[in-house]
Design a protein around this ligand. Structure first.
Ligand code: AMP
Ligand code: MG
Length: 326
């Protein structure tokens, strides 16, 4: 797995550099909306191109399940997205043709499944956070025989313990959870979830976007647990990073309106928290089932917490009638 890890870390670092450069020169022309009205930017597309090409070079037979495809580039007839994409990609990988860029994006249409191995990629998770200058993440994971075996999570705007900004989290199944500086070659630091046994001592993290998680219900769960500290609200899988290094103890994602989660929104974060000493289930306590295609159709929402308090958190979640298993 060393090669997979090294390739994934280098690819996420390159994608993070592109995202930061896009952010630094951002204009409204760099963003558009997909059919489901969610935003997509030059950073999302560029990040997916770089990681798709890096994986394609190193592991040509591995399928990739990525969030984006080339339709936004093809539909960009006026050209601002296409030209900004070309310009930003050239800083990382000079000389890419338009055809190569489109093929790299379209290569990421895998539907995953229960057998073999495949990668899952969210090139910019938390695009709304990216747009507002908040948290976002580049999330890449490898799934083998239905189990996440490697997760790499780049968080360009996350502050580290040393006060600098930009983290990359890495977890391999059985190998623990690690945090490195996003840039530079500082040594990796082993991280772990909050060392608590009393859920009342917990601080929980949740989406900043109220549409993505029922904050009122999360508040009821927290009250039930005796938590008095207000939640940390932030975009993206950076929430899993905070739980993995103990800055938050719990991540609650309470489904609204029957929403089904995307695989790429959770695979990298989930292995990170598990390898840091946490448990990750859905709100009914079911294990996350990575074998159901591009979405977690057998699961609803997310509860991530240290193994010491996860059961108590679930019990509080189950006390809310909507979340009882049917
Ligand atoms: P977060 O930054 O944690 O709020 O999550 C961002 C992710 O939420 C995006 O990548 C979307 O895939 C996902 N998302 C979009 N709509 C919803 C929704 N209604 N409920 C939950 N998640 C959503
Ligand atoms: Mg996402």
């Amino acid at each position: 797995m060393t090669r997979e890890r090294d390739v994934a870390v280098a690819a996420v670092r390159s994608a993070a550099r592109l995202c930061r450069a896009v952010r630094a020169s951002f204009t409204d022309e760099f963003a558009t909306h997909k059919d489901d009205r969610s935003p997509v930017t030059v950073a999302d597309l560029g990040s997916q191109v770089l990681i798709s090409l890096a994986l394609g070079d190193a592991f040509p037979d591995d399928p990739i399940m990525g969030e984006e495809d080339a339709s936004q580039v093809r539909g960009d007839t006026a050209g601002p997205i296409r030209s900004a994409l070309t310009e930003h990609l050239a800083r990382e990988l000079p000389g890419l043709s338009g055809a190569v860029v489109e093929a790299a994006l379209d290569r990421c249409g895998s539907v995953g499944g229960a057998t073999g191995r495949w990668w899952t990629l969210d090139p910019v998770d938390g695009t709304k956070g990216f747009l507002r200058g908040g948290q976002y993440a580049i999330a890449l994971a490898l799934v083998h025989q239905g189990e996440v075996v490697l997760g790499v999570l780049g968080c360009p705007n996350l502050e580290r313990a040393d006060g600098r900004t930009g983290s990359i989290f890495v977890a391999e199944r059985g190998g623990g959870a690690w945090e490195l500086a996003l840039d530079g070659d500082a040594t990796a630091v082993r991280i772990g979830v909050a060392d608590i046994t009393d859920p009342a001592q917990a601080r929980y993290a949740e989406s900043l976007e109220a549409a993505h998680s029922a904050q009122d219900e999360a508040g009821l769960i927290a009250a039930q647990l005796g938590i008095t500290t207000p939640p940390l609200r932030l975009d993206s899988q950076a929430k899993y990073g905070l739980v993995a290094r103990g800055d938050a103890s719990i991540y609650l994602r309470i489904p609204r309106g029957g929403y089904i989660e995307n695989v790429w929104d959770h695979a990298a974060g989930a292995i990170l928290v598990e390898e840091a000493g946490g448990l990750v289930t859905d709100v009914a306590g079911a294990a996350l089932d990575w074998t159901t295609g591009r979405r977690l159709t057998c699961n609803r929402g997310i509860v991530a917490a240290p193994a010491t308090i996860h059961e108590a958190v679930l019990a509080a979640a189950l006390a809310i009638p909507d979340h009882r298993p049917t």
